[in-house]
Design a protein around this ligand. Structure first.
Ligand SMILES: Nc1ncnc2c1ncn2[C@@H]1O[C@H](COP(=O)(O)OP(=O)(O)O)[C@@H](O)[C@H]1O
Ligand SMILES: [Mg+2]
Length: 250
């Protein structure tokens, strides 16, 4: 569904990332983890064509409309109600107002926000705004979902609840996902495969690990799976090794 080969990305001539190979198959949940500043967001910018690669290729075998985005800062428009925000993408795709708002109400209801359709973003909590953002994405029925630390701003309880809900949607709809995160435990809990990015400059993929925890998953129960603790140690070692290499080159 998404195949990145030998990708180099940078903001000048000097690459931030080099030789990146990664793949997300249909229905697969992939995560990309790495330290802050290693270039995780830059990978997503390249995939979404906001950033022209210096080298390499990005093959996406689906239509642009089949890709959904969920980013850290919610992109809700403050002057539109929750319903109008969710309906916006459908309006842009040519649906009539009434039809788009009916679909919006349906998804707001499924995310437990049925009574909040008329509220403006400032009248909602951080967790509720995040749910509106999720409704906005799901209403467009993406086949591939790209996420950049989407829940980082939420407190631990709300974050766990919303991640669990989203995980259930992804499993039910059989969506492919590429999640960018610096949270190792989150990456293990939700993913089928985790890619570890080394520290920059010229960061690369240090390791790829498959996560053999059965689905459907319960976020908290995944931590009790026998493979969880060893995987956490492995990912941590991968990241530490990446930092040590950098220190020695300075
Ligand atoms: N617009 C930009 N112009 C120049 N350098 C940038 C820009 N955006 C990011 N960078 C640099 O690229 C590197 C990777 O950034 P980023 O992809 O945001 O990392 P991450 O998401 O892993 O924290 C960092 O060193 C950052 O300073
Ligand atoms: Mg980032």
């Amino acid at each position: 569904m998404l195949r990145v080969r030998n990708l180099s990305v940078g903001y000048g001539a000097e690459p931030v990332l080099e030789g990146i190979d990664l793949e997300v198959k249909t229905g697969e949940f992939a995560s990309l983890i790495g330290p802050s500043g290693s270039g995780k967001t830059s990978v997503l910018r390249a995939v979404t064509r906001l950033l022209q690669p210096l080298a390499g290729s990005i093959e996406l075998d689906l239509e642009p409309n089949d890709i959904g985005f969920l980013f850290q800062d919610d992109a809700l428009l403050p002057w539109r109600t929750a319903r109008q925000n969710v309906a916006l993408g459908l309006r842009i795709r040519g649906n009539a107002v009434k039809e788009a708002e009916n679909v919006a109400d349906h998804w707001l209801g499924r995310l437990g926000l049925g009574v909040f359709g008329d509220r403006y973003p400032r009248q909602l909590s951080g967790g509720q705004r995040k749910r509106v953002a999720i409704a906005q994405v799901l209403a467009l029925r993406p086949k591939l979902l790209l996420m950049d630390e989407p829940f980082a701003s939420l407190d631990a309880i709300v974050r766990t609840r919303i991640t669990q809900e989203l995980l259930a949607w992804v499993e039910q709809e059989h969506m492919a996902v590429l999640l960018v995160t610096h949270d190792l435990e989150e990456a293990i809990s939700v993913s089928d495969v985790v890619y570890v990015l080394s520290q920059g400059p010229r960061a690369g993929i240090r390791a790829r690990h498959e996560i053999p925890i059965p689905r459907p998953r319960n976020l908290l129960e995944t931590r009790r799976d026998p493979c969880f603790a060893p995987l956490l140690t492995t990912l941590w070692d991968d990241l530490s090794a990446a930092s040590v290499t950098d220190d020695s080159t300075q």
